[in-house]
Design a binder for this molecule. Sequence first.
Ligand SMILES: [Zn+2]
Length: 190
Amino acid sequence: MFSVPHPTIMNLREHIDGFRTSILQHFPETERSAISLGLNLNSRTVEGATVHAEALMMALAHSVSSPSGRKDLQDVLNVNKDCEEVLSKTEQSNIAVSKKCCWCCWQLYRYWNRDDSDGPSTSVEPHTVGAPRFALLGIHSTVYPWSPPPVGVPIEFLRMLATKLQKMLIDVLKSSHRSRQEASLGTLSP
Ligand SMILES: [Zn+2]
């Protein structure tokens, strides 16, 4: 029916360097070189990010529920009228994925379902009339490389997701740096 191109980022090296710099700014200058060692960023890990099936299905269904979204579907993915009709029948759909979804897909699900709870839920929240509804199986705790679908995901959500992920990364780097320091102090003590 249509295909979704593999995501690519122009000037990837520059983006990775800029990201590393922005993360290191959260640490004192004296700790930055040590922290940088634990920040294993390279183009291969970023290029491995794919568009996950659950996120794509939610984004496609949301796109088809608005005129501007339908235009994006045609312009970006060249979706034809038959396919648009199939997508428009998702007012009540269960996404059929045999595994629990990843952390990022779950955030997208919660965003569209206005779910502020932390735990998994398979209930479908009240929603805007005409907007698609989904029920996912739940979440596993792993954060996988994740690329946003090429249509349908609001920039507001992506900014929120980036902020949450950066905070998680900084917390992990802080805690592993602290553990390394404690381990080296333990080695030095008699
Ligand atoms: Zn996912």
